[in-house]
Ligand binder design. Structure first.
Ligand SMILES: *Cc1c(COP(=O)(O)O)cnc(C)c1O
Length: 516
C-alpha cells in the first residue's frame, strides 16, 4: 500500500514515509492509494476478536508485510494497548435500554483521553522505525537517525503524546501549550513527566499562537531537516488508522450482546475531524453503519458544512465552551474527507488517473480559497452524497451542562444506568436524544442503536462537571471518582519552560535541548 497527498502533487510514499513526515511536501495530507478489501467473511470471522486482534487485521491491510512484518506489527500493537486499564481496551456499555443508547468508552488509556488509542501506537511505531533505521547504519560515524517532535496542544493531545513518547530512544519531544489556558490537571499531566526526552513549553499566548509557532518551525526548511521534525497532531495518518479499529470493535461488541445485524448510528464528538474520519474509513472498508453523526459544540464549522455545503470560518473566532478539546476554527482532517468528495463527485475525467489528478487540483483550489476568502463550497451532488453517510448537529453550552446532569441524576433501574458523562461526550449524547426524529426520517426506520463515542474521562474536566451538578447535588465530590493517577498530581514535581510568543525563542530552546 502506498500513500498520496490530498493536494495531488506528491505520491508514491510508503507507510513509513507517511508516518515519519506527517505532512506531504505539497502541504497536503496523506491518504492511502486505495481502500483495501476486507475478507468476505469478516462479519463472522472477526466477531470474537479482541481489540488487539482486530487492530492487527485492520492495520495490516494498510501496512505492507514488507514494511512491517506481521509479527513485528503484532508486537507494536500488543505493547501499545498493554498500557490500557480496561481488559476490553475500548468497552461499549449500554446506558439506556429504552432509547438503546450505548457509550463507546475510549478513555481507558494512560491519560484518560481517546487520543491515547492512537498516540500509544504512534509512539511505538516511531520507536520501531528509528531502531530499524539505526540498525542499518554501516559505520559508527554514520549519523544516528532521530526524531524531534514539536507539537502544540490545547490540553489533551500534549498529555497523550507525552505518554506515548516518554523514554523513547532517539526521540525528543517539545510540546507547546498556552500558558494559563489549559486546566491544572491537564498541565500537571504533561509537566510531571520528568523523562529527559520530554520538554514542556508554556507559551505566553493562545493555542493559535502555539500552533502558528509549530507551523513556522516546520516551514523553516533547514531547521526541519537538521532536527528531523516529526508531527504528532491528528494529521498524522497513523492516528486515523489506529482509530478505525474501535468502530469495528464496538459493532462486534453489540453483536456479541445478542443483536443480530445491528443498525448503528455513531455520534462522534468532533473537533479536528480525526475521530469521525476514522469512522468514515470504517464505512469505506465495509463496516455496516447506518449513520455517522458529526457532533460539534458551538464551534460548528463542520455541522454548518453538512447543512449547507459551505465550509466557512465563523466570524467570531474560536468560542470558549465547556468542551475545550473541540474548540477549533477549522478542522484539519476535513481535507481528507473532502478529497473523497472531490474524487467521487466533482472530478469528471474519463479515467481513474484523470479523476485522481483532478481531485488533487480541486482540493488545492478549495484550500487556497479557504485561506484567501475564509470559505469554499461543494456542489449539490457532493452534498447529497455526503449526507447519505453523515448527519450533523450542534450542542449548546447549556445543553452540554444539562445533559451531564440528566444522566447523573438517573436512578439505576433495569433499563437505565446512572452515568457521569464528560462534557465532550455530553455533546454527542445530547444529539442522540434531540436528533431522534430527524435521523429516523432520514433512515426510514427508528429501531436503530445510538452509540456515542466517549472521548474523555469526566474527571479531566472537573469544572464543567461541577457546574452541571453543584446545584442539584451540593455534596457532589469528584475525588472518589478520580483515577489513581490523578490523586495528588497537582502537588507533584513539575518541569516546564516559560517562553514568549516568539518563534525564534522556541527554536533556540529546541536547539539547546534536542538530543544529538
Ligand atoms: C481531541 C478531542 C476531541 C476531538 O477529536 P477530533 O479527532 O479532533 O475530532 C473530542 N474530545 C476530546 C476529549 C478530545 O481530546
Amino acid at each position: 500500500m502506498h500513500y498520496r497527498s490530498t493536494r495531488g502533487k506528491a505520491s508514491g510514499y510508503t507507510f513509513e514515509e507517511a508516518v515519519m513526515t506527517g505532512l506531504a511536501s505539497d502541504g497536503g495530507l496523506f491518504i492511502p492509494n486505495e481502500i483495501p478489501k476486507l475478507p468476505s467473511d469478516f462479519l463472522t470471522k472477526w466477531k470474537d476478536y479482541s481489540f488487539a486482534q482486530l487492530s492487527l487485521e485492520i492495520l495490516s491491510l494498510f501496512i505492507d508485510e514488507t514494511e512491517i512484518p506481521r509479527a513485528d506489527l503484532k508486537k507494536i500493537i500488543d505493547a501499545s494497548y498493554s498500557t490500557f486499564t480496561n481488559k476490553d481496551i475500548v468497552p461499549s456499555v449500554q446506558i439506556d435500554k429504552e432509547s438503546d443508547l450505548w457509550i463507546l468508552e475510549l478513555f481507558h488509556g494512560p491519560t484518560f483521553a481517546f487520543k491515547d488509542v492512537a498516540l500509544q501506537f504512534l509512539g511505538n511505531l516511531f520507536e520501531f522505525f528509528l531502531k530499524r533505521r539505526n540498525s542499518q547504519r554501516k559505520a559508527e560515524s554514520d549519523p544516528v537517525h532521530r526524531l524531534t517532535i514539536v507539537g502544540a496542544t490545547s490540553g489533551d493531545t500534549g498529555g497523550a503524546a507525552i505518554y506515548g513518547l516518554k523514554g523513547k530512544e532517539n526521540v525528543s519531544v517539545f510540546i507547546l501549550h498556552p500558558n494559563n489556558r489549559v486546566s491544572p490537571i491537564q498541565k500537571a499531566q504533561m509537566t510531571t513527566v520528568l523523562d529527559d526526552n520530554i520538554h514542556n513549553v508554556a507559551v505566553e499566548g493562545t493555542f493559535d499562537n502555539c500552533q502558528d509557532i509549530v507551523k513556522a518551525l516546520f516551514g523553516r526548511e533547514d531547521f526541519r531537516i537538521k532536527h528531523s521534525l516529526g508531527a504528532i497532531n491528528s494529521i498524522n495518518w497513523a492516528r486515523i488508522l489506529a482509530q478505525i479499529v474501535y468502530y469495528f470493535h464496538c459493532y462486534f461488541t453489540i453483536v456479541r450482546a445478542g443483536r443480530v445485524d445491528p443498525k448503528i448510528v455513531f455520534f462522534t464528538p468532533t473537533g479536528n475531524f480525526g475521530d469521525i474520519l476514522a469512522g468514515h474509513y470504517a464505512v469505506k472498508l465495509g463496516l455496516p453503519v447506518s449513520k455517522l453523526v458529526v457532533s460539534t459544540n458551538s464551534n460548528n464549522i463542520v455541522d454548518r458544512f453538512f447543512k449547507t455545503g459551505k465550509y466557512e470560518k465563523g466570524v467570531e473566532g474560536v468560542l470558549e465552551t465547556p468542551s475545550p478539546a473541540m474548540d477549533i476554527l477549522i478542522s484539519s482532517n476535513f481535507e481528507r474527507f473532502c478529497w473523497y468528495i472531490a474524487y467521487e463527485c466533482e472530478a469528471t475525467g474519463p479515467t481513474e488517473e484523470d479523476r485522481i489528478s483532478q481531485a488533487g487540483q480541486i482540493i488545492s483550489k478549495w484550500m487556497d480559497d479557504l485561506k484567501s476568502t475564509g470559505k469554499f463550497e461543494v456542489s449539490e451532488a457532493s452534498l447529497i452524497k455526503a449526507r447519505k453517510e453523515f448527519s450533523s448537529g450542534t450542542t449548546s453550552d447549556d445543553q452540554t451542562i444539562k445533559t451531564i446532569n440528566k444522566y447523573y441524576k438517573i436512578k439505576d433501574s433495569d433499563s437505565k444506568k446512572n452515568y457521569l458523562l464528560d462534557p465532550h461526550t455530553a455533546v454527542g449524547v445530547n444529539l442522540a436524544n434531540t436528533m431522534r426524529d430527524e435521523i429516523s426520517n432520514e433512515l426510514g426506520y427508528s429501531d436503530y442503536i445510538s452509540v456515542c463515542l466517549s472521548t474523555a474521562h469526566p474527571s479531566k474536566f472537573v469544572e464543567a462537571v461541577e457546574k452541571s451538578l453543584s446545584s442539584d447535588f451540593p455534596e457532589f465530590d469528584i475525588n472518589p471518582l478520580l483515577p489513581q493517577q490523578f490523586v495528588g498530581i497537582l502537588q507533584k514535581e513539575q518541569r516546564c519552560e516559560y517562553l514568549p510568543n516568539d518563534t525564534d525563542a522556541i527554536a533556540k530552546f529546541v536547539e539547546s535541548k534536542a538530543q544529538y
